[in-house]
Write a protein that binds this ligand. Structure first.
Ligand code: GLV
Ligand code: GLV
Length: 321
């Protein structure tokens, strides 16, 4: 009897058709995202799960799904999955690193430039008809902050952090990085987190969200950032204390921020960042190009196909299981 695999969303890419030949495939057709309450019911008699970063895979879910043999997430981040709980049950977890590196680095740079040069604020200004003769070009009209030649601090020098460093080199930036692995990269000065925050005009976050990095940029660390600095976060919301960040943006201690990821997504209306003009906000779209999302889907399906065939997943987070 063929195994049952549940996919929590319709996927782009081509490999999904091959997966359909190999198992009894059930794809959630929406509308919208699968409600958390339905995941356990859908999974009850399944051996495989292909999920998104919006699906929470925790101990409670696993208890209700005792036939589960593998999980494949179409994401590089796996903070939505209790990896220890999977490993204890010998369940491999697949993810999709590599293919989204350059796309996500582009997003970080887009936010960095947009925050420095007030692109969203200026767009609103023109769109809303505020650009009038009495409120027009002047020497201090929409002045921003220079990116070229400034100092960029990269938190987490993995593949995405390194791709951001390459972009920064093209902008004549001095690049500092802090990374727990101690990795060193040509053209990037390795420094402590304290020194990075003190010296950087721009800080961009590129580490994974783990127990160690939760709230890494808390109120105390934000208070040590260079006055007038810009913070960019395309990694995960839980790494930055949003309330402390908002307070520093209101007081003017920080100049601006570019934020793609939030503590809670979709972002609730009471998030203080939503109401600040000097923050550019995007809805977790770091890897969102048509091409990259298709590649991510294909890798997620590739991981599932390998698991179905009893082979190691090409990209496995817990290969020891
Ligand atoms: C995106 O945030 C991902 O983890 O793939
Ligand atoms: C700007 O448009 C300038 O001409 O200085």
């Amino acid at each position: 009897m063929s195994k049952k695999v549940f996919v929590t969303h319709q996927l782009p890419g081509e490999r999904i058709h091959d997966l359909a030949q190999l198992c009894d495939l059930n794809v959630w057709m929406g509308p919208g995202l699968l409600p958390a309450s339905e995941l356990a019911a859908e999974l009850a008699d399944c051996q495989g799960l292909v999920c998104l970063l919006t699906d929470r895979v925790d101990r409670q879910l696993l208890q209700a799904c005792d036939q589960l043999e593998f999980v494949s997430s179409m994401s590089v981040g796996v903070d939505h999955v209790d990896v220890d709980a999977l490993s204890e049950r010998g369940i491999p977890l697949g993810n999709t690193p590599g293919v989204l590196v350059e796309t996500t680095a582009d997003t970080a740079f887009a936010l960095l430039l947009a925050a420095a040069r007030r692109v969203a604020e200026a767009d609103n200004f023109v769109r809303q008809g505020s650009w009038r003769p009495e409120n027009a070009w002047a020497p201090d009209f929409f002045t921003g902050k220079d990116v070229y030649g400034a100092t960029l601090g990269i938190i987490g020098l993995g593949e995405i952090g390194q791709a951001v460093a390459r972009r920064a080199a093209g902008f004549g930036m001095e690049v500092l990085a802090w990374t727990r692995s101690g990795r060193s990269v040509d053209g990037v000065e390795s420094v402590s987190l304290e020194e990075l925050l003190l010296r950087s005009d721009f800080v961009s976050v590129h580490c994974a969200l783990t127990a160690d990095t939760r709230n890494l940029l808390d109120a105390d660390r934000i208070a040590t950032m260079k006055p007038g600095a810009v913070l960019v976060n395309t990694a995960r919301g839980g790494i930055v204390d949003e309330r402390a960040l908002a307070a520093a943006l209101v007081s003017g201690d920080l100049y601006a921020a570019g934020i793609d990821v939030f503590e809670r997504e979709p972002v609730p209306e009471d998030n203080p960042l939503l109401h600040l003009p000097n923050v550019i906000l995007t809805p977790h779209i770091g890897s969102a190009t048509t091409f990259t999302r298709a590649q991510m889907a294909d890798i997620a399906v590739e991981n599932a196909i390998a698991a179905l065939k009893g082979r190691p997943m090409p990209h496995c987070v817990n290969p020891g299981v």
